[in-house]
Design a binder for this molecule. Structure first.
Ligand SMILES: Cc1cc2nc3c(=O)[nH]c(=O)nc-3n(C[C@H](O)[C@H](O)[C@H](O)COP(=O)(O)O)c2cc1C
Length: 354
């Protein structure tokens, strides 16, 4: 009979060395570097210590004008947390997550406690594979509708994380477009907002963070326009003149029951779950937070929800136009965001060895 080797199992009889557990948690944190984040700010830090991984918000990477409450920063950290958890699950780890833990300072977002080996749940590997395949695709989608049933796994993914994915009906698109127009107007008329946006715009190949211009798209007509980066003075990215561009795009809203930091974290976890599930289902996505950044626009989006729940973020979903991948946004080197603190000689007892 073949026995399944757990990757963290250094000493099958007595437990797991801390070094092995640290390596496992570090691999999860490295995968989390690829999570999406608002304007690719990557506002997170990891500290791996013994059998725990602590996720901190890096508030120096916050957006004081666009995101004064740190809602989108917390959402971004939630996405990173989910990427790490998917990786751990796919590697066959059992773990517990403590959100917004006390006793670790005001920036602590979550502690992940390693508990021992487990059989990977069936969905873990496809989601883990999707981490490197996923990219924000702002290009027009194919002229092919997204089958309604293809959206069900995305809805379930959000529900499993404690949030909801409400997919806008055709009748809601007027409100979505109005919210996008309100967001664009707010950006255009606020010099501080435009300046902050410009700070995070990058030339292709420049730096390890921010939004490279070759990942943007200014495709012709859209039912719901994307965030207007041209408000920064940037002339525009990939062009298309087709009036019917993107007519089959669907628009989802991640909705939470409350509107505090814990709900924002839940929304970020759910956002990652929805994006990775969509990628695994061969759907393309891009994220839209401009719809909910400004009070007026967010209020308009909330109308679509009938006033029930809080819109956390928008997701544009569609069938990719072709097999080419959009340009990749860069990431900070893992060593810059991950600190490993471990005594490699100590041993964490395996749960079944005590
Ligand atoms: C909280 C959050 C808000 C975002 N808001 C927008 C947005 O309004 N417009 C947009 O085009 N992309 C948005 N994005 C996508 C990021 O710009 C993108 O994740 C980042 O540039 C990294 O690129 P990648 O998704 O291709 O890895 C958002 C992502 C997150 C997590």
């Amino acid at each position: 009979m073949q026995t399944q080797q757990h990757p963290a199992r250094d000493d099958p009889a007595h437990g797991f060395t801390v070094a092995a557990v640290c390596r496992l948690l570090a691999r999860a944190a490295v995968a989390a570097v690829h999570a999406p984040s608002v304007l690719n700010t990557q506002p997170w830090r990891w500290r791996i210590e013994h059998d725990t991984a602590l996720l901190y918000a890096d508030r120096d990477r916050g957006l004081p004008t666009i995101d004064p409450d740190g809602r989108l920063l917390t959402l971004s950290c939630g996405a990173a947390l989910h990427h790490a958890c998917v990786t751990l699950a796919a590697e066959g780890a059992d773990f517990a997550v403590e959100p917004l833990p006390t006793g670790h300072g005001p920036d602590a977002i979550a502690v992940v406690h390693y508990r021992g080996p487990a059989l990977p749940p069936p969905l873990a590997q496809p989601l883990a594979n999707a981490i490197m395949a996923r990219r924000s695709d702002r290009r027009p989608f194919a002229a092919r509708p997204v089958p309604d049933e293809a959206l069900n796994p995305l809805r379930s993914a959000a529900e499993r994380c404690g949030a909801h994915l409400q997919v806008a009906w055709a009748r809601d698109l007027g409100d979505m477009a109005e919210a996008a127009a309100q967001a664009a107007q707010a950006a255009l008329t606020d010099p501080a907002y435009r300046a902050e946006l410009a700070t995070w715009l990058r030339r292709p190949g420049e730096g390890h963070d921010g939004v490279p211009t070759d990942t943007l798209s200014t495709a012709g007509q859209r039912k719901v326009p994307l965030r207007d980066f041209t408000a920064t003075g940037y002339p525009g990215g990939l062009h298309s003149t087709n009036d019917l561009d993107d007519r089959h795009a669907r628009y989802g809203i991640i909705v939470t029951d409350g509107d505090g930091p814990g709900d924002w974290l839940t929304a970020g976890v759910a956002l990652s779950a929805v994006l990775l599930t969509a990628t695994a289902e061969r759907l393309a996505t891009s994220t839209m937070s401009d719809l909910v950044e400004h009070g007026t626009a967010r209020h308009t989006v909330r109308r679509i929800l009938g006033g029930v729940g809080y819109p956390a973020i928008g997701v544009r979903i569609g069938v990719p136009a072709d097999d080419t991948l959009p340009a990749r946004a860069p990431r900070r080197p893992a060593a810059e965001v991950i600190e490993v603190v471990a005594d490699p000689l100590s041993v964490v007892p395996a749960p079944d060895a005590t």
